[in-house]
Design a protein around this ligand. Structure first.
Ligand SMILES: [Zn+2]
Length: 323
């Protein structure tokens, strides 16, 4: 599992701030109570004293008996404090620390284990940094309907098999990895299935990045020819190499020249060598792919990807017509 590095840094910062804020709020309330009530001030002084006594316990041979006494004194003081606040019609927990997550006290960790709340925050951050935005909410496995393909038996069988392959790819992501090449005309569900896989893989805690082939090439061009390249822009192309799953949509719509061919080859080759998964979608067919790309890119794609073919009537058009 490899959450996006930048997300881990920012989520950890958010948790540290959340924890500090909760403690600071409680301390502020404690000070407020102490200012208002001399009785509370006195109890709190005694409580602090019992805490410092605990520190010194180890030095005494009769530490167990001493510990027991401190514990009893402490409980008594707490009870007294509680009753005092109640007698003034105040909430006895008025100045306790209120964490969003009591389990990890907003630190994100229970012992050495990451708390579920931090895992959820990292997954949400992964959704945001994937570049897929709203699509992830709209397109998933449960709303991928085979009804649109039912007119033609062959199409239906092909799409059923594509759906199964996509599901298995997502479910076994941690173990199997691999690459998918989805080929077929626009509007047949390639993006829908890619998004559905992305959501599942993000939920498993992986770093997913989605980009159109045009956007990908533009980013590398900016880095190479853009003159003054900021660190942030450099960072954006390194993510194409680092993400656990890279989804390249609409391969074939980008301009092809020596530069883009070399960028694409390096990226595909490097990721394939490192066994970092990709999903590549294209409207081109085999022949068009072969004509458009160099032999080495074509053979990389064919040799390393599981190929899913899409065929049938444009779903978007069917939806518009209400078929
Ligand atoms: Zn937690």
């Amino acid at each position: 599992m490899a959450f996006n590095r930048d997300n881990v840094i920012s989520v950890k910062q958010q948790f540290a701030q959340k924890h500090e804020l909760a403690v600071a709020r409680a301390e502020q309330r404690t000070r407020e109570l102490a200012e208002r009530f001399p009785e509370i001030r006195e109890i709190d002084q005694k409580l602090r004293k019992t805490a410092s006594e605990l520190f010194l316990l180890a030095a005494y041979p009769d530490r167990e008996a001493r510990f027991e006494k401190i514990r009893r004194d402490n409980l008594e003081l707490m009870e007294k404090r509680r009753n005092f606040l109640l007698s003034r019609s105040l909430d006895p927990d008025y100045d306790s620390v209120h964490y969003e997550c009591e389990k990890c006290e907003d630190t994100g960790y229970v012992g050495y284990q990451m708390c579920d709340c931090m895992r959820r925050a990292l997954i949400a951050a992964g959704y945001a940094s994937s570049g897929m935005g709203e699509l992830l909410k709209e397109q998933n496995f449960s709303n991928f309907s085979l009804d649109y393909y039912k007119e033609d038996k062959e199409n239906l069988a092909r799409m059923r098999s594509n759906l199964e392959t996509a599901r298995a790819f997502a479910q076994n992501f941690s173990k199997a990895g691999g690459h998918l090449l989805m080929l077929g005309p626009t509007g047949l569900g390639k993006t829908h299935l890619s998004t559905a896989i992305a959501a599942e893989v993000l939920n498993q805690g992986y770093d997913v990045l989605y980009v159109s082939a045009v956007g990908l090439v533009a980013d590398f061009q900016k880095e190479r020819f853009g003159g003054t390249v900021s660190a942030a822009e450099n960072e954006s192309t390194s993510r194409y190499y680092e993400a656990d799953l890279l989804i390249i949509d609409d391969l074939g719509t980008e301009v092809v020249n020596q530069f883009t061919l070399s960028v694409l080859y390096n990226l595909l080759n490097e990721r394939m060598m490192r066994k970092q998964s990709m999903i590549i979608n294209s409207n081109l067919n085999h022949r068009e792919l072969k004509e458009r790309y160099s032999d080495r890119i074509y053979s990389r794609l064919l040799g390393n990807c599981q190929i899913l073919l899409f065929s049938g009537k444009d779903i978007r058009m069917q939806k518009i017509r209400g078929v």
